[in-house]
Ligand binder design. Structure first.
Ligand code: DGY
Length: 329
C-alpha cells in the first residue's frame, strides 16, 4: 500500500521528523528560505498532508492546487494568520496548530525584551564593543526601574497570563485590556482589568502585546493609540508585526511620544536592513525568535507532526483550529 505523501516546507527539529519518516513519504524543503510561491504551488500537487510554517501563505488557491486528496494542514506555530482557515474549512480540511507548549518560552522572551529595553542592555553591550567604556560614570546609560512600574498587557490569553506571572515576581503592578476575557472568569490574581485600550495605554510604563493577528487587531496600535502612551513608555511586541502600524510607530519614536520599542515581530517581516525603524536608536528589533528554545521548538515539531499524522489517519487532530470541519461528517 502506498504511503501518504507529505510536504514539509522547511526542515523542522528531529523530534518531529522522527515521527514523520516511518509513517509517510515526506519531502522536506531543504533551503533556509521558504519555498517561493510558484514552487510551493507545484510541490503541493497530489499531497495527502501539508506541514507548513508561518512564512507560508496557505490560501484557497494553494489548497485547490493540492487537489482533492489533501486531508490535513498542520502549522508549525500557534499563530495561524498565514492560513485562510475559512478556505480550508469550506473544503473540509482540518488545520492544526501548536498551542500551549510555547507559552512560557515566549513569555520569557517578552520579559527579556522588556528588561533589555528598561535597562539599556543592548546599548550597553554596543558601547563596550565600540571601545567607549573608559570609566564608571554616575550618569552613564541610566535606564528605568522595572520593579514598581506598571505593565499593561494587551491580551490576557495564555502568553499574557504567563507574562503577568513574571511581572508579579518582579514587583510590577499589572493591568490588562482584553475584550474577550471575562474579568470574573479569566481573572489572574492581582491583575486589574481596564475596560478600554486607551485607558490601559495612558497608565502603563511598559505595554506588551499578546493578541493574535485578526482583522480586529490589524494596526491596533496605530497613530491614535500611540498618542495615548506615556512619553516614557516602552512597547514590547512578540505577537505579530501588523498589530502595530510601523509608520505610526516610527513617527512616535522619532518624536519622543514613546520612549522605546522592542520588537520580536515586524511588518514587513523580515524587516529590510535599510528600514527606517532600524535607523532609530530607541528601537530594538530581533528576528521573531520568542519561541526559539531547543526544547520548545522540538515540542512544536512533535505537535505539528502529531497533528499531521492524525489527519492522515482520518482522526481528529489533537489541536485543531477549525473543529467545525468535524461537524460535517
Ligand atoms: C507562533 O508559534 O505563532 C510564533 O510566532 C512562532 O513560534
Amino acid at each position: 500500500m502506498s504511503r501518504p505523501k507529505v510536504f514539509v516546507t522547511r526542515l523542522i527539529p528531529e523530534g518531529g521528523m522522527a515521527l514523520l519518516r516511518p509513517a509517510c513519504d515526506a519531502e522536506v524543503w531543504p533551503d533556509e528560505l521558504p519555498p517561493p510561491r510558484p514552487v510551493l504551488l507545484e510541490k503541493v500537487r497530489g499531497l495527502d498532508g501539508l506541514l507548513c510554517l508561518l512564512t507560508d501563505k496557505v490560501d484557497g488557491e494553494l489548497i485547490d492546487a493540492a487537489g482533492p486528496g489533501l486531508k490535513v494542514i498542520s502549522n508549525h506555530a500557534v499563530g495561524y494568520d498565514n492560513i485562510d482557515v475559512a478556505a480550508a474549512t469550506a473544503r473540509g480540511i482540518p488545520v492544526g496548530n501548536t498551542p500551549g507548549i510555547l507559552t512560557e518560552t515566549t513569555a520569557d522572551f517578552a520579559f527579556a525584551l522588556l528588561m533589555a529595553a528598561a535597562r539599556r542592555v543592548v546599548e550597553g553591550a554596543d558601547y563596550v564593543r565600540a571601545g567607549k567604556w573608559r570609566t564608571w560614570g554616575p550618569m552613564l546609560l541610566l535606564g528605568h526601574d522595572v520593579h514598581g512600574a506598571t505593565l499593561g498587557l494587551v491580551g490576557l490569553g495564555r502568553i499574557g497570563q504567563a507574562m503577568a506571572r513574571r511581572a508579579a515576581g518582579f514587583g510590577m503592578r499589572v493591568i490588562y485590556y482584553d475584550p474577550y476575557c471575562d474579568p470574573e472568569k479569566g481573572a489572574v490574581a492581582g491583575v486589574e482589568a481596564r475596560s478600554t485600550l486607551d485607558g490601559l495605554l495612558a497608565e502603563a510604563d511598559f505595554v506588551s502585546l499578546h493578541v493574535p493577528l485578526t482583522e480586529a487587531t490589524h494596526h491596533l496600535i496605530d497613530a491614535q493609540a500611540l498618542s495615548r502612551f506615556k512619553p516614557t513608555a516602552v512597547l514590547v511586541n512578540t505577537s505579530r508585526g501588523p498589530v502595530v502600524d510601523p509608520d505610526a510607530l516610527y513617527e512616535a519614536l522619532k518624536a519622543g511620544r514613546l520612549a522605546y520599542a522592542a520588537l520580536d515581530v515586524t511588518d514587513p517581516e523580515p524587516l529590510p536592513v535599510d528600514h527606517k525603524l532600524l535607523a532609530l536608536p530607541n528601537c530594538l528589533v530581533v528576528p521573531h525568535i520568542a519561541s526559539a528554545s531547543w526544547a520548545t521548538r522540538t515540542r512544536m515539531a512533535v505537535m505539528a507532526a502529531e497533528n499531521l499524522l492524525a489527519g492522515l489517519r482520518g482522526e481528529r487532530l489533537p489541536n485543531c483550529v477549525n473543529p467545525e470541519v468535524y461537524g460535517r461528517v
